[in-house]
Write a protein that binds this ligand. Structure first.
Ligand code: SF4
Length: 578
């Protein structure tokens, strides 16, 4: 991956492509690369939808190689939802395809001229850009059908749906999976709106005729990757729980722990959780001829995903993730998996982040727009947003804006981004991550749930404030490094618990690049990424006062444990003391 593709959308006569050496960004991948480019090239005080913002799409360092579970694709920019720096990452096949074509990044920059939409086509012979006005306001699945007709289903597609075209603050960038379905998304922070603001509807990546990236030391690589896969398969979470039930195995776990946000974060336990659990979902998928175990890209040893069919055996959507089932399920009082699966499809099709949309609907329910539990009403609201009606424009701007428009204090957001599926009062480590991460509320930025609830990598009591800042700090550093490699975050369960699996991952990277990195070097990379992100945010106007949860989380006790969020401001301010 020794070159960068820059697309100047402001060039005379339409967007122009320029391929250049990777230069000063050599040795970086994924989040480290997107963050470096945004930090260096985007003015922190710019408008996220203005000409100074850039969209950076970067495969992880190991993407395109035979390293297991290494196909994550990072998307970076200044976020229209949070106003902070943003890195959102996605599974699917595009990261590997970009890696095999030798691209370290695609950078879309400049000021869109006129109203035309464009499509970028990349293959081993070069890059072509063409008008794509025929695709205007096509949802992702319809667009994928059109692309398939012309290019076949072996290419990868990176696209925006109607939400991104309308530059909504809740809008994703979709990536096709192994079956060429646009079911994987760089979901958080409104990255789709930035792609829409540049007038790019689709990027087709055709790696046909290319080979897998070869390691510098093939024998060492093969052995390290073998040990790594062995470690993943031998761990209870990555070897059994996730493959069998997907991420939704967490519904019963979090509900039992009293940390499952219910009815717009009013309660910590949902009385109908058993109807929407991962166990029930996996059983239904298998019975209906879908799949309970499935990889979002080739070469994943975990295969946490699946395929959800309706009662007649027809495809509805990919297996909805735990966070999606929660956002549209318990958070909205909806306990019907078919309705939740339909909402997941609608979100993917229009290009909405399921977490942001589910929390937005929860806020709309609290505002009295529809009742908690109204699954048809929820679908109507997503349709309004996807079509851009006046109400839909409000909903498509996310949970914080919706709460403001309907005069509510209870917006569960940090820095404008909706909290995911873990109540910060009963899982305090994740509360620290929500408050302090550079990304706005984001569980993936420092997944303290692993240690608080699953007891992976240690044991820190989820209900007490002690030790949460340190836990979140260490996880945020490790995650920033991991997000740079292309390895899926789910490998973290195994590498946190099993030192030999962590070592096998480091050995794989060393064998790939002919390096001698140590575990400490990986930690230093994570710190470096976080420092850059923090500095960007400070220059964009963010202070410690923004590293806080909404006050009602410290005021309203959460049943069943009747706890409030009580990690002190001093502790929160200590997270970035490194
Ligand atoms: S563990 Fe799941 S999300 Fe991660 S790469 Fe594998 S299938 Fe994709």
């Amino acid at each position: 991956m020794d070159k960068i593709l820059r697309i100047d959308v402001g060039a005379a006569g339409g967007p122009k492509a320029k391929v250049e050496p990777v230069g000063e960004y050599t040795g970086l991948g994924g989040r480290a690369l997107t963050t470096s480019v945004v930090s260096k090239e985007v003015p922190p005080d710019c408008h996220p939808l203005g000409p100074e913002n850039k969209l950076v799409i970067a495969p992880g360092l190991m993407s395109g190689s035979a390293a297991s579970s290494s196909g994550r694709l990072s998307v970076g920019c200044k976020s229209p939802l949070t106003g902070t720096i943003k890195e959102a990452n996605s599974g699917g096949t595009a990261s590997q395809a970009l890696g095999r074509l030798g691209y370290a990044a695609v950078i879309i920059e400049g000021e869109r001229q006129g109203d035309d939409l464009y499509m970028i086509v990349m293959d081993s012979s070069g890059v072509k850009i063409e008008k794509a006005n025929d695709f205007r306001m096509l949802p992702n699945y319809d667009l994928a059908e059109k692309i398939k007709t012309r290019f076949g289903d072996k290419v990868s597609l990176i696209s925006i749906g109607t939400a991104g075209e309308m530059r909504m603050a809740n809008s994703t960038i979709a990536v096709t999976d192994v079956e060429f379905r646009p079911s994987r998304h760089a979901g958080r922070g409104g990255v789709g709106a930035v792609m829409g603001s540049k007038g790019i509807k689709a990027i087709v990546v055709n790696a046909e005729g290319t080979k897998m990236r070869q390691p510098a030391n093939p024998d060492k690589f093969k052995e390290a990757n073998r040990k790594f896969v062995e470690g993943l398969k031998g761990h209870a979470v990555t070897g059994q729980g996730l493959p069998a039930y997907g991420t939704n195995i967490l519904t019963n776990v979090l509900n039992e722990a009293g940390g499952y946000p219910t009815y717009n974060f009013k309660e910590g336990r949902y009385k109908h959780a058993d109807k929407i659990s991962g166990e029930v979902q996996a059983d239904l998928e298998t019975k209906r001829g879908g799949l309970a175990t499935h990889g979002c890209h080739r070469g994943c040893a975990i295969q946490c995903s699946g395929v959800y069919h309706d009662k007649d055996g027809h495809y509805v959507t990919k297996q909805p993730e735990y966070e999606t089932v929660w956002a549209h399920g318990g958070n909205c009082g909806i306990c019907d998996l078919d309705s939740i699966a339909r909402l997941d499809f609608m979100d993917d099709n229009y290009g909405f982040d399921t977490i942001e949309m589910g929390v937005t609907i929860g806020v709309a329910m609290e505002a009295g727009l529809i009742k908690f539990g109204d699954a048809e009403g929820a679908q109507r609201l997503v349709d309004e947003a996807g079509k851009g009606t006046p109400l839909g424009r409000i909903l498509g701007a996310g949970a914080a804006v919706t709460a403001k428009c309907f005069g509510l204090e209870r917006a569960p957001v940090v820095k404008g981004q909706a909290m995911p599926a873990y109540d910060p009062r009963a899982v305090k480590g994740i509360g620290v991550t929500y408050a302090t991460t550079t990304q706005g509320a984001d569980h993936t930025a420092g997944y303290a749930v692993a240690t608080n609830i699953l007891k992976v990598g240690g044991d820190v009591d989820p209900l007490k404030p002690a030790g949460q800042a340190e836990l979140s700090r260490n996880l945020q550093i490790a995650t920033a490094a991991l997000d740079s490699t292309g390895y899926c975050l789910f490998i973290a369960f195994a590498i946190l618990d099993q030192p030999e699996t962590f070592q096998a991952m480091v050995d794989s990277i060393n064998a790939m690049y002919g390096l001698e990195l140590t575990g400490n070097d990986v930690v230093e990379l994570g710190k470096k990424v976080l420092r850059m992100e923090r500095q960007f945010n400070e220059q964009a106007g963010f202070t410690k006062a923004h590293d806080r949860l909404p006050r009602y989380f410290s005021r309203e006790p959460l049943a069943p444990h009747n706890v409030v969020f009580d990690v002190s401001d001093k502790e929160l301010d200590s997270v970035f003391n490194f």
